[in-house]
Design a protein around this ligand. Structure first.
Ligand SMILES: [Zn+2]
Length: 68
């Protein structure tokens, strides 16, 4: 079962809200724009990362902050 967390307005459990979708679509995955509800930072993330994405400012994020 696959449930996509890619609606605009969706907020994942780390407080990252989907605010839009980029027109550019990568070969692998669509790219969405997220906003951190904690610090207000806006950044892009692959669709497959949206559900578990944390704020790039989070020391535990464990991934590069930006993909562009
Ligand atoms: Zn933040």
């Amino acid at each position: 079962m696959t449930r996509r967390a890619t609606r605009v307005g969706y907020t994942n459990r780390h407080g990252q809200t989907v605010i839009g979708r980029m027109t550019v679509v990568d070969r692998v995955s669509a790219i969405y724009v997220l906003r951190c509800e904690d610090c207000g930072l806006e950044y892009s993330a692959y669709e497959i990362d949206v559900k578990h994405r944390r704020c790039p400012h989070d020391a535990d994020a464990g991934r590069p902050a930006r993909i562009h």
